[in-house]
Design a protein around this ligand. Structure first.
Ligand SMILES: [Cu+2]
Length: 271
C-alpha cells in the first residue's frame, strides 16, 4: 500500500517523518470516516420512511454538539503538536552515521545561512542543476577555487550510504522540480535562486525520481536516479569521474590543436 495511497518512504529519515505524519492523519481520518458513514447508513435503514411511522421532531442536543466540537478540536490540537514536533527533524539534517563517508577533509563546503547543516557542520554537499531536460550533479573535490573542475555527473547521482548529503538546487533555464519520492519532498529548481534539502540513505540501492514541474516538451524524459553505494565504492567512483573528465578534456585539447594545425587558428577560436 505504501507508495500507492501513502507517500513513498524508507530511503531517508526526512521521507520517513513525512510518511509517519501522513499515516497518522490518514488513520485518524479513516476512523472518523467509518464512524460517520456507519452512523449515516444505520440511520438510513433504521429510520427509513414506512407506512404509519411518524418522524420524531428533535431540536438540537447540546451535550452531543459540544462533545463533537470538543473532539474535533482535540484531534486538531494533537495533530498540530505532533506535526510541529516532527517539523524540525524533517527540515534539519542529522550527522552522518558511523559507517558513512569520512568528511574530514573534503566533505563540507561553503556553509550558508539558509542551508541547514547537521549539528557537527559536516555534510557532502552536491549542487543540483536543472536544465531542459537533464539534471547535472556537481560534487566537491576539484582543485580550482572556481569549482569549474569539480567532478560532475548527469542524470545519476551517486552518493555514499550513511552519509548526510545536502543539496543546493537550482536551474539554468526554466523552473523544474527535484523529486525523489523515497528521499523526501519536492523542491523547486528555480533559475537565479537556490533551494536546499538533504537526505541520508541507510542502505545501498537505487532511488528513482523525476522532474516534477512541467518544464517543456521533454519534461517526461527528465528523469533522475540516486544510487547509494558504500563509502569506499563512492570514493572509487568519484576518482574515476575525475580521471574520465580529465581524459576527455585532454582529448579535446589534442583534437583542437590538431584542427588548428590543419586549418588555422580561426576555425576553432572565437574572434
Ligand atoms: Cu524539468
Amino acid at each position: 500500500m505504501a507508495g500507492i495511497i501513502t507517500p513513498e518512504s524508507g530511503g531517508s529519515p526526512n521521507a520517513n517523518h513525512i510518511s509517519d505524519l501522513y499515516n497518522l492523519t490518514l488513520y485518524v481520518a479513516i476512523v472518523i470516516f467509518v464512524a460517520v458513514e456507519g452512523a449515516l447508513i444505520y440511520s438510513l435503514f433504521r429510520f427509513r420512511a414506512r407506512k404509519g411511522a411518524v418522524a420524531a421532531q428533535i431540536r438540537g442536543n447540546t451535550s452531543l454538539e459540544i462533545g463533537l466540537t470538543a473532539t474535533g478540536a482535540v484531534i486538531l490540537v494533537v495533530l498540530s503538536v505532533i506535526t510541529f514536533l516532527n517539523l524540525d527533524a524533517t527540515r534539519k539534517p542529522p550527522n552522518s552515521g558511523p559507517g558513512g563517508l569520512n568528511l574530514g577533509s573534503s566533505g563540507v563546503l561553503f556553509a550558508t545561512t539558509e542551508r541547514e547543516l547537521p549539528p557537527n557542520g559536516k555534510s557532502l554537499n552536491i549542487l543540483v542543476n536543472a536544465q531542459q531536460y537533464i539534471w547535472r550533479f556537481t560534487y566537491p573535490g576539484g582543485k580550482s577555487p572556481t569549482g569549474l573542475d569539480n567532478p560532475y555527473s548527469y542524470e545519476e547521482m551517486v552518493v555514499p550510504t550513511n552519509t548526510t548529503v545536502t543539496l543546493d538546487i537550482t536551474a539554468q533555464d526554466v523552473v523544474h522540480s527535484w523529486w525523489i519520492p523515497q528521499l523526501g519532498g519536492k523542491f523547486e529548481a528555480v533559475p537565479g535562486y537556490t533551494n536546499h534539502t538533504w537526505f541520508k540513505i541507510p542502505k545501498p540501492g537505487l532511488y528513482r525520481g523525476q522532474c516534477a514541474f512541467i518544464c517543456g516538451r521533454g519534461h517526461a524524459r527528465m528523469i533522475a536516479v540516486v544510487r547509494a553505494v558504500p563509502p569506499a565504492e563512492f570514493e572509487a567512483w568519484i576518482a574515476r569521474r575525475k580521471a574520465d573528465i580529465a581524459a576527455a578534456n585532454e582529448a579535446a585539447k589534442t583534437s583542437r590543436s590538431k584542427l588548428v594545425s590543419q586549418t588555422g587558428a580561426q576555425s576553432v577560436q572565437n574572434p
